[in-house]
Write a protein that binds this ligand. Structure first.
Ligand SMILES: Cc1ncc(COP(=O)(O)O)c(C=O)c1O
Length: 1010
C-alpha cells in the first residue's frame, strides 16, 4: 500500500462527528483512538461517550455480524457482564454501509463507551489489578466455551495455533532477533503433538493492553471490561491466557513474577489443566513472535500507521527476558499460581523419602562422635549478633570454627533459613518494585572439621564434578544423579576438598554408602569455615555444574518444591526448619494482650527483626531504607554504640547514689555542646520524662502553673505532657484543653493563619496575648514550650524572629522558656548542634531524648543554674534508671560517633542536597506544595491548587514507598506531610534512590488522576 492510499483511508474527526450526527442523531466531538483494522473515535456528547468504528473498505459484513452474535451470546450467558453494547442507527441497523469521499464502501458501527482507563496507561499494574485481569479473561473463556460459529474457524494470522506462518518472514529480522525468534519457534514445534490435543473453544484472542478497561478507583484498580471481540477465533483455550499474558506482563522487570497473579485470577474463574500449563511458556512467547513479525511486515506496508508499532519495543524486551527464564521454572511457577505443588515430581520424592530410612550418620559417619547442634543463622540470630559480624564474615566463620573444634560439635541447619549474610549487594536483585535480596538458604549445612568423610545416601552416577571457585561460591562441588523407579533427583555436595574429587568423572557409578568426598579446608572450599552444603534437586533447570543455593522470598515457594527439605530423608527434630510466628497471630495477640491503643505502621505491617545503620531488615532478610527513625541517630545497631553498652553492662549497672566515672564524663561531654548558661543536667529515661521534669522545674522556679504551648505540639505520654500537647488533647480520644494550658497558633507560614515572609512577629504576638489572658485571671505564665522545628505539626520551620520575640515576652512576664529538642537535637538540623541555635536564642531548659541513646532508653534535661537551684527545694530527686552507668556509656559513645562519623556535617550536606532536589521535583509535580525543614529533618507538604490538604495521596505515597522498601512517615494535622528524618548516616546515594522512587510513584496513575 502506498502512503497516499493509506491517507485516503483516513477518516477525519469532523467526518466522524458528521457520521455520528447524521446516523445516530448524536451531537458530540470526536477524538481518534487506536485500532489496527478499524478507524475508531471516541464521540463525546453532553450526556455520554460512544465509540464510532469505521471499517476499512470492503470489510466483510459476515465478520462483523459474527462479532454481533458473539456479543449477544455473552449477554445471554452473563447479563451483568460489562462489554461494549452496540447501538442501532435510525433504520434499526447495528452495522450499516457508508460510502466515503473516494467511493469506498465502509461499514460503520457505534458502540457503548465504557468509562475507565486503558490497562496500558495505568501504573502501577498492581497484583490485585493483574489478578482481576486474569479473572476477567477467565470469565470470558467460561462464557464462550459453548459458543459455536462457522466463522470462528476461519484461518487467521493472529490465531496462535497457526503461528508457524511467521517462518516465511524470517528474513525481516536481524541476527540477534532471529536468534530469539528461532528459539521459540523450535520450542513451539516441539510441543505440537501435545498442543494439538489441548481443549479448544471460541476465544476472545485479543486481550491486549489497549483492549483492557480498568476501573476508575485508582487506589485499588481492577479490570472492568475487555473490549474488541473482532479477533475471536476457535483455538486452543490456553491461547487466550497466552495473549493476555503476553501484553499483561510487558514492561515488567520480572515478567514471570508479574504473570503469577494473572494466571491465578484466570485459573480461579476457569480452572486450567496441567498439560495446558506445560505449554503456556511457549505459547505466550509465540504470541509475541506473531506480534513482532506483524510489526516488521507492517512497518514496510504502512510506515505511517503508528498503532501497528505500538507494542513492538516492549514485545522484543519481553521476548528477550522470557528467553532467559527456564521453561520448566516458568511451568512450576504457573502450577504454583494455580495452587498446585510447583514441581510436578515433588510429591513422588516425598513418597520415596517417606518410605526410606536415613540418618545424618549415613551421610557423615563421623557425626556419631559429635554433639549434633542446630545453628541459628537466621536474620534475628543472636549467635551472629551485630551486623559487623556478617559484613566482614571472617568473625562469624571464626566463631563457628572455634565452637566446632572446642566443643566437638556438628552444627546443622539452614534449610529455608533467611540469613543476614545474604543481605549484601552480591545477593541483591531488581524486582518489579525496587529490589529484593536472595536471602533464603535452599540446602542444609553441616559444619564440622575439614577432611570429614561424606558418603552417598543412595545409588547414583556422577552428574557433575566441578570447582565453582569464584569467591564465596560452593568451591569444589559434586552432583550425583539418582534414578529410582521412574523418579529422578540429584544431590549436591558443596565446599569439598579438591583431592577427594580427583577420581570423579561424569557418569561414574556410585553405590549407596560409598565415600564420595571430604569436607574442604577454608583455603579451597569457597572460603567458608569448613562445612558441607547438602541440597536435593528435582530438576537441574539446565544447570550443569552447580545450582542456585539461595532464593528470594518471592521465589521460595517454587525453589522449596524443586529442592525439597533434606530432612524429609533424615526426619530428625534437630533439622526442623524454624517455624515463624504467623503475622496474623502476632497481630491478634497484640490486640488482646498488649493494649489496644498501640498502633502498627502501614496497611500491611512489617515484622522487623534486625537493624543495620540506615536500614531495617525484616524476618525474610529484606532491607528497608529507613527515613523515619531519628532515634537510631548514629545508625541502627551502630557497632561502637552496641559495644559500649555491652561492655558496661558486663561490668556494672547501678543508680546515681554511688560515685561513678561514666556519668561525670558523659555529663561533661554533653554540657560541652551547650551554651555555658545551660550548665546543670538531670538524666532520665524518656522524652516524656524529660518534659515532665522540665514542667516541674518551671513550676518550681516561677511558683506558677500556666503553660503556653504550640498548636499540634506533642511533648510526651505522661499526664503532664498530654496536658500541654494539643496534638493529643485536641485529637482522637482527647478531652480538650486543660484550664492551665494555653495554646498559641502553629507558626506555619505556608498554610497557617499568617502566611508568607516575615510572620515571626505576628505569630509571637499570640504568645503575648496568651500571657495577657493568663494575667487577666490573676495568674502568671510558668513556661513556654516549643520544638525548634515542629515535628507533629508537619515539620514546621519556625519563622525568623519568632522564638526571639516569644522568649522575650515570656521572660518579661517572669516565665521560663523550654526548648523540646527530643526530635531535632544532636546535629540533626545540620547548621547547628541544637535546633534552638538556628534561632539565636538560649532557653532556660532544654529537653533531650530519642537520639541521645541511639535507641537505648535514655533522656536528659539541661537547665540554667538558677532553674536547677529553684528545683532543689529539699525533696530528693531519685530516678532508679536515670543516669545509670550503662546508659551513660551509651550516651557518651553516641556523642563520640557523632564526631567521628561527622554526622552533623553529613546532615548538612545530604540534607541540603535532598532539599534542593525535592524543590526541583516540585516543578514537575506541583502537588508537592512545600518542601521545608533543615538538615536531615525535612517535610514535604501535599496540597491541591487551592491549598486543600491531600491526605489520601500522602498515605498512598508512604505505602507505595514502602513497596519499594523505603520507609517514610506521614504527619501534620491533616496527615498530608511526608516526613524525612532518617538515621544520620543516610547517604547521598540513599537520597538519590529515594528521589528516584519518589519520582516514579509521583507519576503513578493515582497521583496524577485523583
Ligand atoms: C517533640 C517530642 N517530645 C517528647 C516526646 C516524648 O518522648 P518519649 O516518647 O521518649 O517519651 C516525643 C516523642 O515522640 C516528641 O516527639
Amino acid at each position: 500500500m502506498t502512503e497516499s492510499t493509506y491517507q485516503q483511508l483516513q477518516i477525519s474527526t469532523s467526518l466522524a462527528e458528521q457520521i455520528a450526527f447524521e446516523y445516530f442523531n448524536i451531537q458530540g466531538s470526536a477524538k481518534p483512538l487506536a485500532g489496527e483494522i478499524d478507524f475508531n473515535f471516541r464521540i463525546t456528547s453532553s450526556e455520554k461517550s460512544y465509540i464510532l468504528k469505521v471499517s476499512r473498505p470492503d470489510a466483510a459484513l459476515e465478520y462483523l455480524t459474527f462479532q454481533d452474535e458473539l456479543l449477544k451470546h455473552l449477554e445471554q450467558k452473563s447479563p451483568d457482564f460489562t462489554y461494549p453494547k452496540s447501538y442501532r442507527n435510525a433504520d434499526g441497523q447495528g452495522i450499516f454501509d457508508y460510502t466515503d469521499a473516494h467511493g469506498n464502501n465502509r461499514k460503520v458501527r457505534l458502540l457503548e463507551w465504557i468509562d475507565g482507563y486503558l490497562y496500558s496507561a495505568v501504573s502501577p499494574k498492581s497484583e490485585n489489578l493483574r489478578f482481576s485481569l486474569g479473572q476477567k479473561c477467565g470469565q470470558i473463556t467460561n462464557a464462550l466455551v459453548d459458543f459455536n460459529h462457522a466463522l470462528a474457524k476461519r484461518s487467521f494470522d493472529w490465531n496462535l495455533a497457526d503461528a508457524l506462518w511467521v517462518e516465511q518472514y524470517l528474513e525481516l529480522f536481524s541476527e540477534k532477533e532471529l536468534g530469539i525468534i528461532s528459539f521459540f519457534i523450535e520450542k513451539f514445534k516441539a510441543i505440537q503433538p501435545q498442543y494439538q490435543n489441548l481443549r479448544k473453544s471460541t476465544i476472545h484472542n485479543d486481550a491486549n493492553d489497549n483492549n483492557i478497561i480498568v476501573s476508575q478507583h485508582l487506589q485499588n484498580p481492577s479490570v472492568e471490561a475487555i473490549i474488541d471481540y473482532g479477533d475471536s477465533v476457535y483455538s486452543q483455550i490456553i491461547n487466550d491466557l497466552s495473549v493476555v499474558l503476553a501484553y499483561g506482563i510487558m514492561d515488567f522487570e520480572q515478567p514471570l513474577e508479574a504473570a503469577k497473579a494473572i494466571v491465578a485470577g484466570y485459573h480461579q474463574q476457569f480452572p486450567l489443566l496441567d498439560e495446558e500449563l506445560q505449554v503456556l511458556y511457549t505459547t505466550t512467547a509465540m504470541r509475541l513472535v506473531i506480534s513482532v513479525t506483524k510489526s516488521a511486515i507492517n512497518k514496510k506496508k504502512e510506515p505511517e500507521n503508528d498503532y501497528l508499532l505500538i507494542s513492538e519495543k516492549s514485545a522484543w524486551r519481553l521476548l528477550e527476558q522470557w528467553k532467559d527464564i527456564s521453561e520448566n521454572y516458568a511451568y512450576y511457577t504457573f502450577r504454583s499460581a494455580c495452587g498446585m505443588t510447583p514441581c510436578n515430581t515433588y510429591e513422588a520424592f516425598v513418597e520415596y523419602a517417606q518410605n526410606g530410612r536415613w540418618t545424618i550418620e549415613d551421610l557423615i559417619p563421623e557425626s556419631k562422635n559429635k554433639t549434633i547442634t542446630p545453628l541459628d543463622l537466621s536474620i534475628a540470630s543472636t549467635f551472629i549478633g551485630n551486623f559487623s559480624n556478617y559484613i566482614n564474615s571472617a568473625a562469624l566463620d571464626d566463631k563457628i570454627s572455634r565452637k566446632v573444634k572446642e566443643e566437638n560439635l556438628l552444627f546443622v541447619g539452614g534449610y529455608g533459613e533467611a540469613r543476614p549474610i545474604y543481605t549484601t549487594d552480591a545477593f541483591k536483585i531488581k524486582t518489579n518494585e525496587g529490589y529484593e535480596h536472595r536471602t533464603i538458604h535452599i540446602g542444609v549445612d553441616f559444619w564440622t572439621l575439614a577432611h570429614t568423610a561424606i558418603l552417598a545416601l543412595e545409588d547414583g552416577v556422577v552428574f557433575s564434578c566441578h570447582n565453582n571457585d569464584h569467591p564465596k561460591d560452593y568451591g569444589p562441588t559434586l552432583i550425583l544423579k539418582h534414578q529410582l523407579n521412574g523418579l529422578v533427583f540429584y544431590t549436591l555436595y558443596g565446599h569439598l576438598t579438591k583431592e577427594s574429587l580427583a577420581d570423579k568423572f561424569i557418569g561414574k557409578v556410585i553405590k549407596k554408602g560409598e565415600k564420595i568426598a571430604e569436607i574442604g579446608v577454608e583455603a579451597e572450599n569457597g572460603a567458608w569455615s569448613p562445612h558441607l552444603h547438602f541440597q536435593i534437586i528435582l530438576d537441574m533447570l539446565g544447570h550443569e555444574n552447580d545450582f542456585i543455593g539461595v532464593s528470594s522470598p518471592s521465589n521460595w515457594p517454587i525453589f522449596s518444591s524443586i529442592c525439597p527439605d533434606p530432612n524429609l530423608l533424615f526426619k530428625t527434630p534437630l533439622l526442623n526448619s524454624k517455624k515463624r510466628t504467623d503475622q496474623l497471630d502476632q497481630i491478634k495477640y497484640r490486640k488482646q494482650h498488649l493494649g489496644k491503643s498501640l498502633s502498627l505502621s502501614y496497611d500491611k505491617p512489617l515484622k522487623i527483626v534486625r537493624g543495620e545503620m540506615q536500614y531495617l531488615i525484616d524476618e525474610f532478610g529484606q532491607k528497608y531504607l529507613d527515613t523515619v527513625n531519628n532515634v537510631a541517630h548514629a545508625g541502627h545497631e551502630h557497632p561502637k554504640v552496641v559495644e559500649a553498652g555491652q561492655q558496661q553492662m558486663a561490668v556494672l549497672n547501678t543508680n546515681t547514689r554511688y560515685l561513678n566515672d561514666e556519668i561525670l564524663e558523659f555529663a561533661e561531654e554533653l554540657l560541652a555542646t551547650f551554651p555555658e548558661e545551660l550548665s546543670v543536667l538531670h538524666f532520665v529515661n524518656s522524652g516524656s520524662e524529660a518534659n515532665e521534669l522540665a514542667l516541674r522545674m518551671a513550676k518550681a522556679m516561677t511558683g506558677e502553673k500556666d503553660i503556653i504551648a504550640l498548636e499540634i505540639g506533642y511533648h510526651g505520654n505522661t499526664q503532664g505532657c498530654i496536658d500541654i500537647s494539643s496534638y493529643k488533647f485536641d485529637g482522637k480520644g482527647g478531652k480538650g484543653c486543660p484550664e492551665n494550658t494555653h495554646i498559641v497558633p502553629l507558626p506555619d507560614a505556608f498554610r497557617g493563619i499568617h502566611q508568607g515572609e516575615n510572620t515571626g512577629a505576628q505569630y509571637a504576638n499570640h504568645v503575648a496575648e496568651a500571657i495577657q489572658k493568663i494575667q487577666s485571671k490573676n495568674r502568671n505564665v510558668a513556661a513556654f514550650i516549643a520544638e525548634s522545628i515542629v515535628s507533629c505539626g508537619g515539620q514546621i520551620d519556625l519563622p525568623e524572629g519568632y522564638l526571639n520575640d516569644a522568649y522575650r515576652y515570656v521572660r518579661e512576664a517572669g516565665g521560663v522558656c523550654i526548648a523540646d529538642e527530643v526530635q531535632v537535637g544532636f546535629g540533626r538540623v545540620g547548621k547547628a548542634f541544637w535546633g534552638f541555635q538556628l534561632h539565636d536564642v538560649v532557653p532556660d531548659i532544654v529537653t533531650m531524648g530519642k537520639p541521645i541513646g541511639n535507641g537505648h532508653p535514655l533522656a536528659a534535661v539541661v537547665c540554667t543554674r538558677a532553674v536547677a537551684d529553684a528545683f532543689a527545694n529539699g525533696m530528693e530527686y531519685f530516678n532508679t534508671f536515670g543516669g545509670n552507668p550503662v546508659s551513660c556509656a551509651i550516651g557518651r559513645q553516641v556523642l563520640q560517633v557523632i564526631k567521628e562519623d561527622k554526622l552533623q556535617e553529613n546532615a548538612l550536606e545530604v540534607g541540603e542536597y535532598l532539599k534542593k532536589q525535592l524543590k526541583n521535583l516540585q516543578k514537575s509535580y506541583p502537588i508537592i506544595a512545600d518542601v521545608r525543614g533543615e538538615g536531615l529533618f525535612l517535610g514535604i507538604e501535599l496540597v491541591d491548587e487551592n491549598k486543600t490538604p491531600l491526605p489520601e495521596e500522602t498515605n498512598y505515597l508512604a505505602n507505595r514507598m514502602k513497596d519499594f522498601k523505603i520507609l517514610m512517615s506521614v504527619d501534620g494535622p491533616q496527615h498530608n506531610v511526608l516526613k524525612i528524618k532518617p538515621p544520620m548516616c543516610f547517604s547521598k546515594a540513599n537520597a538519590d534512590y529515594m528521589l528516584e522512587v519518589l519520582t516514579q510513584v509521583l507519576s503513578e496513575s493515582f497521583m496524577m488522576n485523583e
